[in-house]
Design a binder for this molecule. Structure first.
Ligand SMILES: NC(=O)c1ccc[n+]([C@@H]2O[C@H](COP(=O)([O-])OP(=O)(O)OC[C@H]3O[C@@H](n4cnc5c(N)ncnc54)[C@H](O)[C@@H]3O)[C@@H](O)[C@H]2O)c1
Length: 258
């Protein structure tokens, strides 16, 4: 049995990733700070084993307890998906030290703690795959997101470091970098007035948002050694071409059908 751990599994990208991995035969360990009941019901209806282990990814003691529980229950872990994350849209000059620290704690320290705890199990096995959910904001700057951008740039740095340190012992580390995805995070961010659907659709070469399945399928690819066994230390854009496209808006739009 292959075992996958997913953080932030109650909704959005985490929930969809659980469903996609369940359909591929993984047993799922579902972490979140809120109930994962809907995700559990969904993956169990696909015939997958599911274990809910609630806890805050930024809390070292809780993360270590989760890893010990997975070791006791399954005795192995094949994939770790560091998906839990929080957004903060705030001009840099108005970002408080407390806000900065909380975003870094959840989006960067949390994945480090999970990688360390589950990495030890993977190193013991001599195999395993880590997939960190970064962002286009981990590759390039987006205004009004100093803490978020820094956390996602840092997460890609962590991914590359672990790839270098652990690749020789059978543990691969990669990241996905989604563009804008239709989830609860997008609803909350748009409610703050930062951007509209049209802003995003104009900027993305493929002229649409990502959906959670786009991201989940890329995560499943990077998790599976049969599909991506020699891919290590890569930051995979899942953004419809956003990061590759340095065109100005009117040039991009000129290439769209009328
Ligand atoms: N939605 C987007 O446009 C987008 C784009 C690029 C990257 N991402 C990234 O994808 C990941 C998932 O985002 P989403 O859009 O599904 O968000 P979401 O807000 O819909 O879901 C995030 C989940 O993480 C959980 N969570 C938050 N803090 C936690 C903590 N401390 N410990 C454990 N769980 C915690 C939440 O309860 C929630 O269930 C995040 O890392 C986010 O930064 C999202």
């Amino acid at each position: 049995m292959r075992v996958a751990v997913i953080t932030g599994a109650a909704q959005g990208i985490g929930r969809r990733t659980a469903e996609v991995l369940a359909a591929r035969g993984y047993a799922l360990v579902l972490n979140d700070i809120q109930s994962t009941q809907d995700t559990r019901d969904a993956v169990r209806s696909l015939g997958a084993d599911a274990l809910e282990l609630l806890g805050d990814v930024s809390n070292e003691e809780q993360v270590n307890r989760i890893a010990a529980a997975v070791d006791a229950h399954y005795g192995r872990v094949d994939a770790l998906v560091n998906n839990a994350g929080i957004s903060l849209i705030r001009p840099a000059e108005d970002t408080s030290a407390g806000e900065w620290r909380r975003v870094l704690e959840v989006n960067l320290t949390g994945p480090f703690l999970l990688c360390r705890a589950f990495g030890r199990l993977m190193l013991r096995q001599g195999e395993g795959a880590i997939v960190n959910v970064a962002s286009v904001a981990g590759l390039a700057a987006i205004s009004d997101r100093a803490a978020y951008n820094a956390s996602k740039h840092g997460l890609i740095g962590l991914t590359r470091t672990l790839a270098a340190e652990w690749g020789g012992r059978g543990v691969r580390s990669n990241a996905v970098c989604p563009g804008w995805v239709k989830t609860g995070m997008d609803v909350a961010d748009q409610a703050g007035g930062s951007y509209t659907d049209e802003d995003i659709q104009r900027r993305v070469p493929m002229a649409r948002f990502a959906n959670p399945t786009d991201v989940a399928e890329a995560i499943a690819f990077l998790a599976d050694p049969k599909l991506s066994g020699f891919v290590n230390g890569h930051a995979l854009s899942v953004d419809g071409g956003w990061f590759s496209d340095a065109s100005w808006d009117s040039l991009r739009l000129r290439h769209r059908p009328e």
